[in-house]
Design a protein around this ligand. Structure first.
Ligand SMILES: O=C(O)CCC(=O)C(=O)O
Ligand SMILES: [Fe+2]
Length: 312
C-alpha cells in the first residue's frame, strides 16, 4: 500500500470558483485516500517549498538557542492560551506508554497580538514567519475541508461551519514547528522514540517534513509504511475527531517517527498544522448514526492533552 499523490491545482490557494465537476473529481481522489489510508500527499497547493524551507530555517535557529533563553516562552505560560509556546525535549509522550518523545516543539496557537513571543533581539522575524505560515495553512485547510464535505455528498459548508474561528481564541488549531535533535544512543531510555505511535486529535493535520523523512504510517493490513518527504507537497492526514464525525468512513491512521540508526547523528525537522473545530462546536456523526456520542471539541482536545502531557 502506498500513500497517493493528488494534484490540487484546480482548488489551490487563490483559485476562485471552479466548475462543480472538477471539485467532484478532486473529492473522489481525496475520498479514496482518506477511506483507504487516512493520508494523502497534495501537490500544487499554493504553499511552495521555499516558504516551508524558510519556516524550518528560522525555527532551527530558535531551537538551537540555549534552553535558558527558550524557557520564558514555555507552553502553558501564556495567559488564556494553554497550548501556545515552547515544549522542551521529552516533555510530551504521544504514546503515553513510552518514555518522553525525543523532540522539541514551538506551538503557534494564538494570533492574538497580546501573546508573548521571542523578541526581535532573541530571533528576528520568528513571529512573522510562523504567523504567515499559519495563515497559509489555514487557507489550504479550509479548501480541503470543503472538498471533503462534497466528497461525502454533504453540504459544502458542513465541516467549514464548525471551523470559523481558526487563529482566534475559541479555536485550538495549532501550527507546530518540530525539531528532532541528534540522538546519542548512550542516553536513550528503553523504548524511547522520536515520536511515539499515536493518531492526531482534531479534524485534519497538514505535515511538511525535512528531506530526511522518517514518518511511518500504520496501514490497514497492520504494517508500518514509510511516508517520505516529497518536496513541494503537503502530506494531509485524517485525525480522530474527523473519523468520529464521519462515523469511521475517513480513517485516522496511527503514525510514528523511529530513532535514526545507531551512530547516525542527523537532525530532523517537521511542521505540522493541527486543525481543530471551534471550541464550542459539538461533533455528532454526519450520517445521523449514533456510533459515537456527541462531544464538544474543546472537551475532547483537553482530554487528549491530559494523555500526552500526563494526568495530574
Ligand atoms: O514529525 C512528524 O513528521 C510528525 C509528527 C506528528 O505526527 C505529530 O506531532 O503529531
Ligand atoms: Fe501526528
Amino acid at each position: 500500500m502506498k500513500i497517493p499523490v493528488v494534484d490540487f491545482e484546480a482548488y489551490r490557494i487563490g483559485a476562485g470558483d471552479i466548475p462543480a465537476e472538477r471539485l467532484q473529481n478532486l473529492g473522489e481522489e481525496l475520498k479514496a485516500a482518506f477511506t483507504e489510508v487516512g493520508f494523502v500527499y497534495l501537490k500544487n497547493t499554493g504553499i511552495d517549498q521555499q516558504e516551508v524551507d524558510a519556516v524550518m530555517d528560522i525555527s532551527k535557529k530558535f531551537f538551537l538557542l540555549p534552553d535558558e533563553v527558550k524557557k520564558p516562552f514555555c507552553r502553558s505560560s501564556v495567559a488564556n492560551n494553554p497550548n501556545h509556546g515552547w515544549v522542551s525535549s521529552e516533555t510530551e509522550r504521544l504514546n503515553p506508554r513510552r518514555a518522553g518523545d525525543l523532540k522539541e516543539a514551538f506551538n503557534t496557537s494564538s494570533l492574538n497580538p497580546d501573546v508573548k513571543w521571542p523578541s526581535q533581539e532573541v530571533i528576528g522575524g520568528f513571529r512573522e514567519r510562523q504567523v504567515s505560515f499559519f495563515l497559509h495553512c489555514k487557507d489550504l485547510s479550509l479548501r480541503v475541508l470543503r472538498v471533503m464535505a462534497l466528497s461525502l455528498d454533504l453540504d459544502a459548508d458542513l465541516f467549514l461551519s464548525k471551523h470559523r474561528l481558526i487563529g482566534s481564541e475559541g479555536n485550538g488549531s495549532t501550527l507546530r514547528t518540530l525539531y528532532y535533535p541528534p540522538v546519542r544512543a548512550e542516553v536513550v531510555k528503553e523504548g524511547q522514540l522520536r515520536c511515539g505511535e499515536h493518531s492526531d486529535y482534531g479534524t485534519i493535520t497538514l505535515v511538511f517534513q525535512s528531506q530526511e523523512g522518517g514518518l511511518q504510517v500504520l496501514s490497514r493490513s497492520g504494517e508500518f509504511i514509510s511516508a517520505p518527504s516529497i518536496p513541494g507537497t503537503v502530506l494531509i492526514n485524517i485525525a480522530d475527531l474527523m473519523q468520529r464525525w464521519t462515523g469511521d468512513i475517513f480513517i485516522s491512521a496511527i503514525h510514528r517517527v523511529l530513532l535514526p540508526p545507531p551512530g547516525d547523528l542527523s537532525t530532523r525537522q517537521s511542521l505540522a498544522f493541527f486543525v481543530q473545530p471551534d471550541d464550542e462546536a459539538v461533533i455528532t456523526c454526519c450520517d445521523g448514526s449514533d456510533k459515537y456520542p456527541p462531544v464538544k471539541s474543546v472537551d475532547y482536545l483537553m482530554d487528549r492533552f491530559r494523555d500526552s502531557y500526563g494526568r495530574k
